[in-house]
Design a protein around this ligand. Sequence first.
Ligand code: FAD
Ligand code: N01
Length: 544
Amino acid sequence: SETTSHDSVGATAGTDYDAIIVGAGFSGLYELHRLRDELGLSVKVIEKADDVGGTWYWNRYPGARCDSESHIYCYSFNEDILQNWEWSERYPEQPEVLEYLRFAADELDLRRNIEFETEVTSAAFDEDSGTWRISTDDGETVSSQFFVTAVGCLSEPYIPDFEGIESFEGFWTHTGKWPHEPVDFEGKRVAVIGTGATGIQVIPEVAKSDPEHLTVFQRTPNYAVPARNRPLDDDDWELIQSNYDEILQRAHDSGFGFPFEVGQETAADMTMEEVEEALEPRWQEGGFRFLLAFEDLLVNEETNEKVSEFLRGKIRETVDDPELAEKLAPKDHYYATKRPPLHTDYYETYNRDNVSLVDVTENPIERITPDGVQTADGHHDFDMIIYATGFDAMTGTLLQMDIEGRDGLTLEEKWEDGPQTYLGLTLHGFPNMFTITGPQSPSVLSNMPVSIEHHVEWVSDTIEHLVDNDIQLIEPTKAAEEAWTTHNRQVAESTLYTTVDSWYMNENIPDKPTVFTPYPGGVDLYHDTILEVAEKGYEGFELT
Ligand code: FAD
Ligand code: N01
């Protein structure tokens, strides 16, 4: 392991490192660079995979592709990385994003401070020394002054507790643990369970790969907008490069981390024909530009119902069998109140002869058997089962880590009724711990590299402030944390997000408290807030 001298920066004497970061995805890599190369701290990153990449290391399923456009799904902080990397497509495929993160890690010479194939199994704050003790699955314990989690919001795969899962004798996997070797579907009877953003990407790819049959198990239908992917040519790239600073600035100053124009204020007073006229160009253009057609989409039921109806109409136009089209057209929730996916030929896939849909609300899955899936109305034989059933999102990976703060308080106990944080970045009772893209921050409600940069920069600037001023500990007050938690709840309740069960609401995992978990106030407002807190001398924190 790497240990450099940290005496010069005033860290707590006797620790192994100034800072330990968990995770080597987008977040952890940038945090390492900032703390090591700009502040000169001794830093170690611990990562359970055998390479960098995070999400893009684990999610190797066929069709895995970014929904954010490539030119804005990137780091903006480093001119060399920006100028020396050219994306090949409007939306990069998983191998290309992974390659990009490997490239960034090498450009910044980050690997030498990352310990791979090592999992953090516990982290405890030692009150006497004011330091963190971090233990790993190889039996080691290391100490540091600062503990930064960069563990991802969607990094703990979730498979429902179906009876008999392990008894299945064919190939089965969760999409987030996809094997590194190619998987052959030709001539196979394949099941995909789940129609979230992942299911919507993997289903058309499996259907195209000559399976004997593909059966999709759907619980809730989803609204998806066409991605309209295409290669980026030299002209596209030149245009991007010549305006790059401005494009990135716009993304950083926007509500969702996208640089796209917001359309009109509301559709509430518009006729359906007027709504269609406004939406059709965005539909043709594809991607998340569609999401921004109306400013009040997520707060006004009338606007949202019109947009939702437009999308149902598109599904009905695409799917040949009217009965199937109705099953695929969501009516139980408003558009974008669950994370809105993009698609390439998703609805078209259901026109193939070798694809069928089981609606599990009508015909529930009873159990998995050695050779298939038993539903209420009979047995379905399969050679392969793909679980596209999502993640224990936002808090799952953090809770897995067995984190203990002051007075033996565990994170699990603290968050029994749902996450409580100050700014989604820090926790009362857990001094010097920082959660990159933590719950109650905009994270998953944004183009994430934008939010990640905001967080990493805030954490790094804060640590610099502490080191420069010889401050040993930072901890938010209970009052500040309670106020932030209340503010989150109030903002969420003013939106349509809380009208549906979703993973945003923690509802996808049995026994988790129902709480809206990300911060819904917008990236721009949030960023201003965290900067203001720092400018006011870390308002809401105790510095000792
Ligand atoms: P991650 O990439 O999740 O990295 C966290 C790392 O921490 C992982 O490598 C993990 O192995 C490691 N780790 C976790 N726990 C431990 C432990 N206990 N010990 C050691 N290591 C640990 N966002 C967008 O903005 N646009 C998109 O189009 C988009 N597409 C996505 C597609 C998929 C399939 C998924 C799952 C997510 C997508 N996201 C997208 C969200 C994506 O997660 C973020 O954009 C971003 O990659 C998160 O980076 P991160 O470093 O914060 O977390
Ligand atoms: O997971 P999900 P995901 N029986 O939780 C169903 C990001 N992402 O991996 O909707 C039957 O959304 C569940 O049904 P329901 C993005 O942020 C991004 O697809 O709960 N079905 C749902 O259909 C995304 O939101 C990209 O009723 C069950 C599905 O499984 C997040 O990751 C690509 C079930 C899970 O959907 C997670 O997406 C992929 C059960 N017991 C992912 N339990 C891109 O940007 C669950 N389901 C390209």
